[in-house]
Design a protein around this ligand. Structure first.
Ligand code: ATP
Ligand code: MG
Length: 196
């Protein structure tokens, strides 16, 4: 049992160091971005299986609401946007009780692709909402510690999304649930632009 604790803590330390190094690289414009035109729907479809197991272990219902055959083109660094979505989805799983519900949708609106993840979990008090994007900020310190992680996920997510000229927003009601919306500009499709 001691070895298992050491193993868990070593993993936590490893994630912490990686997260801090990444934030430092972004702060100093040293992060390498590989922006490519990508189908956001295909990316989301490939992410779902990676979190399905942890949702199932908590008997949570993961509802994919978008049309999985659709095509929404965005100019993104796929690995980084995957990291953002994974953090948002794993937050929903972590901060939603057993048997809860997590919905994931994508909509196109006013030149943006909006990824909307909502859960019916523990929610966030109004006064804490603006602070969750701060580095190391976690709402319930004792409970959060038991859940693992470091409180850097959303801070990194915001930096990544802003690098894509997008936005990330949280709406939440304590005891009712949370909705996170990531908006990314749609790729300008060649051949569809007027000749000037
Ligand atoms: P890490 O992402 O580094 O593993 P974390 O998940 O605790 O740790 P963030 O992803 O930055 O950190 O989230 C910050 C805090 O915001 C969380 O600790 C939690 O208190 C709150 N939070 C985030 N998402 C949700 C959610 N879906 N429901 C309730 N609270 C949330
Ligand atoms: Mg997180």
């Amino acid at each position: 049992s001691f070895l298992s604790i050491i193993n868990t803590e070593a993993d936590r330390m490893n994630r912490l160091v990686k997260d801090l190094l990444q934030l430092s690289r972004i702060d100093h414009q040293q992060e390498k971005w590989s922006m490519k035109e990508s189908n956001l729907i295909a990316l989301l479809k490939s992410i779902i299986p990676k979190i399905e197991l942890s949702a199932r272990q908590k008997q949570q219902h993961l509802n994919v609401l978008f049309d999985s055959e659709a095509k929404i083109l965005v100019m993104i660094d796929k690995d980084r946007i995957e990291q953002v979505i994974l953090n948002i989805l794993s937050n929903s799983i972590k901060y939603t009780n057993k048997g809860g519900r997590i919905d994931i949708d994508v909509i196109e609106s006013s030149g943006n692709a909006k990824i909307v993840v909502s859960d019916n979990g523990i929610g966030i008090a109004e006064s804490d909402i603006p602070r969750v994007f701060e580095r190391f900020y976690r709402v319930d310190k004792a409970r959060s510690r038991a859940m693992g992680g470091t409180g850097l996920g959303l801070a990194i997510a915001r930096q990544i999304v802003e690098e894509h000229h997008g936005t990330i927003a949280i709406e939440s009601q304590e005891g009712r649930g949370t909705t996170v919306t990531v908006a990314l500009p749609l790729a300008i499709r060649r051949g569809q632009r007027g000749i000037d």
